[in-house]
Ligand binder design. Structure first.
Ligand code: COA
Ligand code: MG
Length: 307
């Protein structure tokens, strides 16, 4: 039986900040930032002659003060590059929450990373994330996502990469992304069919907060869990747009209350002030309230103690 996407384990991934591992100052900054997840990048933001230095920076950062309350993902160079294997050795040594594989074209790419992790006896909790950013990656999104069902697969989340996809396809960057939306929705359908997470692509123009806001709202409406970010100034907009607002939380709580009433016993459909609600709305409402609780817990963990 298929697992409902709404019942899969849910991590907060509203804001997923990419940090170039070549910049120690940026790595240190992550302790103070309010993003849900951090991608430590060894790939595109690091020049070829600096790859070894970036690995050393990252190892030093992981040896230092633990990064609390944030998911830690290491983006490696592809296994078909001269750096990929050394990056994977570092992943096995450091033990992040996930490794992010760039330019995934087909299920075999994921399996190759899974085999390396298995050979290194990496803990089961170390997951694999996949960048979907090539024409073949988009075409094969469903097959790649389905491979996450294979016994022992660590596949957990897709991250869309539109800079590469635009470069490969010739689609121009335009507000509203109208020519990209069919591909974005194909990715959403694939992840939801197989219970994975989905993170929208970066927005390059980090000084344009209105346009970022619009793109976050659009991605939320498409069904993405969050957005990959390139700059700390983008975190607030992602957290706000991908987190439930007060009216959505109040509505969800009202649905939970309505179904908890004894008069709803044995009913699959009820009348709530002239609007039909079904038990499937109850599942959605519970998921939303759970997410709101995770956000509230994060906020209270951050608050300084008062004496
Ligand atoms: N993570 C953590 N800190 C970051 C950061 C990031 N992604 N981007 C910027 N900062 C820090 C800077 O170090 C700087 O800190 P400081 O004032 O203490 O020195 C502060 O935020 C302000 O930075 P700003 O001057 O506005 O930007 P910049 O010119 O230093 O950097 C970019 C701009 C785009 C080069 C930089 O944000 C970046 O490298 N982003 C990530 C790119 C990336 O990961 N690409 C691959 C995925 S597509
Ligand atoms: Mg890329």
């Amino acid at each position: 039986m298929s697992q409902s996407p709404l019942t899969r384990s849910m991590n907060l991934r509203r804001s997923v900040l990419s940090v170039p591992a070549i910049i120690p100052r940026a790595l240190e900054k992550t302790h103070q930032l309010d993003c849900d997840s951090v991608i430590f990048d060894l790939e595109d933001s690091v020049a070829p002659e600096k790859k070894a230095e970036a690995r050393e920076n990252l190892a030093a950062f992981f040896r230092g003060k633990p990064l609390e309350g944030k998911e830690r993902i290491i983006r490696i160079n592809g296994l078909d590059t001269i750096w990929g294997r050394a990056d994977m050795d570092l992943v096995s040594t450091l033990g992040p929450d996930a490794v992010l594989l760039p330019k995934v074209d087909e299920p075999q790419d994921i399996m190759a990373v899974g085999d390396i992790l298995a050979d290194a006896d990496a803990p089961e909790e170390l997951r694999i994330w996949a960048m979907i950013e090539t024409p073949r990656g988009v075409l094969n999104a469903a097959a790649i996502a389905e491979s996450g069902r294979t016994a022992g697969s660590r596949l957990d989340c897709f991250v869309v990469g539109l800079n590469d996809l635009r470069k490969e396809t010739g689609v121009l960057p335009q507000p509203g992304r109208q020519y990209l939306v069919p591909w974005l929705m194909q990715v959403i359908l694939a992840v939801r069919a197989y219970g994975l997470g989905a993170i929208d692509s970066v927005f390059n123009d980090f000084k344009d907060s209105d346009a970022l806001d619009a793109e976050c709202a659009e991605a939320r409406a498409m069904g993405f869990d969050g957005k990959m970010l390139i700059h700390p100034a983008q975190i607030e907009a992602a957290n706000r747009n991908f987190g439930p607002d007060a009216s959505a939380i109040a509505e969800a709580q009202a649905i939970i209350k309505a179904f908890a009433d004894p008069t709803a016993d044995g009913l699959n459909v009820i009348n709530a002030n002239g609007r039909m609600i079904e038990r499937l709305h109850l599942v959605q409402a519970e998921t939303l309230v759970h997410k709101a609780r995770l956000i509230a817990e994060r906020q209270s963990a951050k608050r300084p103690e008062t004496k």
